[in-house]
Design a protein around this ligand. Sequence first.
Ligand SMILES: Nc1ncnc2c1ncn2[C@@H]1O[C@H](COP(=O)(O)OP(=O)(O)OP(=O)(O)O)[C@@H](O)[C@H]1O
Ligand SMILES: [Mg+2]
Length: 478
Amino acid sequence: MANDTRAMPGPFAGLSLKLIATIVVVILLVEIIIYLPSAANFRVRWLDDKLRVGVVAARVLDAVPDIMAVPPELTDRLLVSAGAVAIVYRREGQSQLLTLADTEMPREAVTIDTRQRDPLSLVGGGLDTLILGSNRVLRIIGEPEDEAGGVVEVLMPEAPLRQDLLIYSRNIFFLSLLVAVMTAAVLYVFARIILIAPIRRLTGNLVGFRQAPENASLIIAPSSRRDEIGVLEEELAAMERDIFSLLRQRRHLADLGLAVAKINHDLRNTLTSAQLLSDQVADVEDPKVQRLVPRLVQSIDRAIGFAQSVLDYGRQSATPPRPVPIVLRTLVEEAALEAGFAGHPRVAFANRVPDTLVLRLDPGQLTRILANLIKNAREALEAQSSTPGTAPEVGVDVAETGEGIVIGVFDNGPGLPPRARENLFVAFEGSARAGGTGLGLAIARELSEGQGGRLRHVDQPVGTRFEVVFPAATRVAA
Ligand SMILES: Nc1ncnc2c1ncn2[C@@H]1O[C@H](COP(=O)(O)OP(=O)(O)OP(=O)(O)O)[C@@H](O)[C@H]1O
Ligand SMILES: [Mg+2]
């Protein structure tokens, strides 16, 4: 089992850090969206205030019969208190101008008509003041709200407006930051209680359990939560219990397997000695002995074969395949010999594999796969009482399809018996013939899968066909 366990992140790293950062960033973004219209609004109110002072001044002018008679100190005081450099009042085609003494009229003036109030230009105006408004003059135009009517223009530097707007923006920024941090803190505490703490408990449990899955005390005890985390805890507990019992079962099976292998090994040796003895008994000329010995020899042979194949089954799964380029046709020939086709009296063998096909596979393992399949076919044909008209035949062919390289082992025998069909590929269960161990197909399948292939039975109207499919990449380019 791999033990490259990752350490749990600290309380202000991992999920918690991501949560806090996300909340702060989102709140600041929202505040920016809210800030733009509110800054524009601040500016409008500021301009309205100034205009109102301008209107008051205009009313004063209006009340004086001769404007020239007003002493300049008075007009200056009026303008300074309004923060303006000049005020113009127009009514019924006449206009009156009030300027600060000794002031040069500015060259660059920004005209702001307070009668136009579409939101977009208000926001744009606010930004314009903030960015460019340090050294310009404003020309604020508006109408007095009373019934006297007319138009009032107030000229004043833009810098004070910008200054006030900057102070306002700074206050908003600090306020937003405070709100964001406080919200993040409150949400963090809640999320920690509701989410992060249980997730950390689950994570910690998983990390610990993976280290020692055979320790039942590490199986998580689900809380009584009814939300998704509660489900997760229940499922995790169930999974850990399963893994625990599977592992325990596996260990018991492995122990048993080891014991069986030892017994089997001794049994085979004992049987081999019995075989030697039976060979000697065969020399005794007593007719009764002569009658019984062949059966004895056959039983002992079968028992040795059984013991040997169980030993092989235990051994074969341990060796990983070592692929090398092989000529498939030659390999099929060898497999057929191994499966008992060295000059068979009754059953013919057809090797339909072209001699140009080279595959990259483990030769020993592929021979075992094919030999098992060919041997099964031969045994099925031998057990069958011969039907006139059909010559019993076993064959191997190969095809390259979309699936890859398909090697087929076929015969024209009786087909799979139902008992074999039900337990196909299940070790020790699949045998449906006298003296069969039920390991051949299980071994063939395991060896195929170990090399990236797959073994399957293909239904046929006559006979039996098994196919081993290897990926197309197994083919070695000519
Ligand atoms: N070509 C075939 N035609 C008919 N029956 C088959 C064929 N191949 C396999 N079978 C059936 O499938 C069963 C399982 O085969 P498998 O090779 O796994 O075990 P076995 O041949 O009985 O024993 P072992 O191969 O371990 O000596 C066989 O007993 C046989 O009944
Ligand atoms: Mg077999």
